[in-house]
Design a protein around this ligand. Structure first.
Ligand SMILES: *Cc1c(COP(=O)(O)O)cnc(C)c1O
Length: 377
């Protein structure tokens, strides 16, 4: 295989060592709470397989995806004793597949619970599951009355041993939001219906709230991937994105740049064209907003972001700088995921999960116990 950094428009570097260190930091800070990992949406765009392998090697044993499809793509690389949970629930007709592959469904409704119970009774063996209760977000999960019904149903409880009872926080990104306490209280009232069953409430933001939010199993996603669920949390950056300069030009005052000619040079300017566009997840809302970085200089985006390229004003660089063919920083030490998200008018989640498939991807390996052993020999 040729070196794709010479053939792709940009290079996306994913630091698995930073990923693992973020997971270890959460686990350490959560003192004894089992720390899982949410790897839905291809691990937020970073590659579910390498992410699961790195976290699995580090000791993570609870993985969460959104769809059964995502789970089935991971079963063959999952550590033997790890479990894979499907957050979006159990689709009608998926019971057999789910059971056969040992995937644990999150039961979000009574209908789903009944179908899973019937599957267990049909197979003549108990089938584990996670039960989600709605604690106030009104997205997924059973109501309080439904939870009570299932809790007291001995046939259901015998057929479906619960690995976890869970709920999800709507406002964990704002520690001061009173909805957090309301939800955690509502969750506790429902969780007591299932004595002895491990509880799970915290996403990344929840992990940073007080101990009452942590439960027994945490479900962080975003923080693992190096974005801060709340300002100033300082998780280690995992993503670095460098785009190639494919052309430079000098334009006179009055000349304009890009589709719609939406940016006009007030004075003679030097413009560089970067080989990344909205087809790569470099959002069109970054048109005339945001920047890239080169040798410590901020180079503002000028004109609209096209499908495959966008322009930046490089007039601030020393005149003799030969930047054509070079790589500029789109995400990295000068410009975080949050910075890009803010400039694009969105959240880091959307930038991450939108990272395109055309980038040359480089994975910086995590240090595994086996590698350390090798060094010691
Ligand atoms: C996506 C998701 C998470 C992870 O959330 P982050 O904010 O990325 O940590 C946890 N639980 C559920 C139910 C989710 O849907």
């Amino acid at each position: 295989m040729h070196d794709r950094s010479t053939t792709a428009g940009a290079v996306l570097t994913i630091d698995l060592a930073a990923l693992v260190s973020n997971w270890q930091r959460l686990r350490r800070d959560l003192h004894g709470v089992l720390t899982g990992a949410v790897v839905k949406a291809d691990a937020y765009g970073l590659g579910a397989k390498p992410v699961v392998q790195a976290l699995g090697a580090a000791g993570c044993r609870h993985f969460f995806v959104a769809h059964l499809d995502e789970a089935l793509a991971l079963t063959d690389i999952l550590p033997q004793d790890a479990r894979l949970f499907v957050l979006n629930g159990l689709a009608p007709g998926a019971e057999g597949l789910c059971a056969r592959h040992g995937v644990v469904p999150v039961l979000n409704s009574v209908a789903q619970a009944r179908r899973w119970q019937r599957e267990a009774e049909h197979l003549g063996q108990p089938l584990g599951a996670c039960l989600q209760v709605d604690s106030g977000m009104s997205r997924l999960g059973v109501s309080a009355a439904e939870a009570a019904l299932l809790a007291s149903d001995t046939a259901f409880r015998a057929a479906v041993p619960l690995a976890m009872v869970m709920s999800h926080l709507a406002c964990a990104d704002d520690p001061a939001d009173p909805a957090n306490t309301r939800q955690s209280a509502a969750f506790r009232r429902l969780a007591v219906l299932f004595p002895g069953v491990p509880r799970s409430l915290a996403n990344s933001g929840g992990c940073l709230l007080s101990e009452t939010f942590h439960g027994d199993i945490a479900r962080p996603g975003l923080a693992l991937y190096g974005a801060d669920p709340v300002t100033g949390a300082h998780f280690a950056p995992v993503v670095h994105l460098a785009g190639r300069v494919i052309q430079t030009r000098t334009i006179p005052a009055g000349a304009a740049v890009g589709y719609g000619l939406t940016w006009q040079a007030a004075a003679p300017a030097r413009i560089a064209t970067i080989a990344v566009g909205y087809a790569d997840g470099w959002l069109r809302s970054l048109s005339n907003a945001g920047a890239v970085w080169y040798q410590g200089q901020r180079l503002p985006i000028v004109g609209r972001v096209s499908m495959d390229s966008f322009g930046v004003d490089i007039s601030s660089l020393p005149v003799d700088t030969d930047i054509e063919g070079a790589f500029v920083e789109l995400i990295g030490p000068h410009q975080s995921l949050e910075d890009v998200a803010r400039d694009a008018g969105t959240i880091a989640y959307e930038i991450l999960t939108g990272l395109g498939s055309r980038y040359a991807r480089h994975y910086r390996p995590a240090v595994t116990p086996a590698m350390l052993e090798e060094v010691a020999l």
